[in-house]
Design a protein around this ligand. Structure first.
Ligand code: ADP
Ligand code: MG
Length: 295
């Protein structure tokens, strides 16, 4: 079987990425962790829209398909789910210089707030000190991208995390439902307030494709994410259907980009991952070209 247009494109872009070392992020002073080129947030205004599923599949796609050094940081204080989704059950070990060693699976180095704390509702100060431990207290090594699964919402914890991490960009995840899109807008506004560029919007659970007859049902409405993206001047980076194998993959710790790499849904995640790398390269370029005053 020959290469499809898409896979040829991917090979071309992969070699482009490998050929150069990224400059540090578009944010002032670069990302907050030494050796880490870019820190991106995967965020949603609302819980349960598929933020963690997206973060996991994008992180694995970046490592597997684009051969990048990738880390995944689970900062969701309300419901850490990376240990389950990445099938990680051992607590991280501590190095000689007292740093936690990330646990690796599917080619991605992971750290979760779930490894550090048992209870989910904590005081603001405790959350921030756990975040500090999970960033500078971790032996991440050199990373091209650290993907952060953010807590849902736009409160003080989210705002403060976005600032402290010095994010290169944020990816917003939403379902097409109006109520989720309102929260997605709120999320995007929060990042704008702290001058974090929005990489784009991912529409999750865009439709349900009947496994028997193939008919598509737009359970949460159709076209909402596209409209919201246009209104807010964001790019719609992709849409992922509601599909049983995505859910079972998450529950079993085997993301769909690993369990069914040739499926349309896995390809949708790979596509989003590619657009993320392109956008980060553009932002790094803009930063290099921009006048001093903007840096
Ligand atoms: N596209 C999808 N198709 C089927 N199930 C999905 C999809 N996206 C997420 N899920 C499932 O929905 C639930 C919530 O997703 P999750 O990623 O944990 O959301 P969040 O992190 O935003 O709370 C999980 O059980 C997950 O497996
Ligand atoms: Mg989650």
């Amino acid at each position: 079987m020959g290469h499809s247009f898409f896979s040829m494109q991917r090979i071309a872009s992969r070699s482009g990425l490998l050929g150069r070392r990224w400059y540090s992020s578009a944010t002032k002073g670069g990302p907050s962790i030494a050796g880490v080129g870019n820190i991106i947030a995967v965020a949603s205004g609302k819980g349960g829209v598929g933020k963690s599923t997206t973060a996991v599949n994008i992180a694995v796609a970046l490592a597997k398909e684009f051969k990048l050094q990738v880390g995944l940081l689970d900062a969701d204080i309300y419901g850490p789910s990376i240990p389950t989704m990445m099938n990680l059950h051992a607590k991280p070990e501590v190095s000689e210089d007292m740093k936690m060693i990330p646990v690796e699976n599917h080619g991605v180095r992971c750290m979760s707030i779930g490894f550090l704390v048992d209870k989910t509702h904590q005081l603001f100060g405790e959350v921030m000190s756990a975040l500090e431990k999970m960033t500078r207290g971790v032996a991440w090594g050199d990373l091209d991208i650290l993907v952060v699964d953010m807590p849902p919402g736009t409160g003080d914890a989210q705002l403060s995390m976005s600032q402290r991490l010095r994010l290169s960009g944020a990816l917003i995840v939403s379902t097409p439902q109006d109520i989720a899109l309102i929260d997605a807008r709120r999320g995007a506004n929060m990042f704008c307030k702290v001058q974090v560029p929005i990489l784009g919007l991912v529409e999750n659970m865009s439709c349900f494709k009947c496994p028997k007859c193939g008919e598509k049902s737009y359970i949460f409405g159709e076209g909402g994410a596209q409209r919201t993206a246009e209104e807010m001047d964001m790019k719609l980076l992709g849409d992922v259907p509601l599909e049983i194998s995505i859910r079972t993959g998450s529950d079993e710790g085997k993301p769909i980009v690993v369990s069914s790499p040739n499926s349309a849904s896995a390809q949708a995640y790979v596509n989003v991952a590619e657009k993320v790398t392109q956008r980060l390269n553009e932002l790094a370029e803009e930063r290099r070209m921009g006048p001093e005053i903007l840096l």
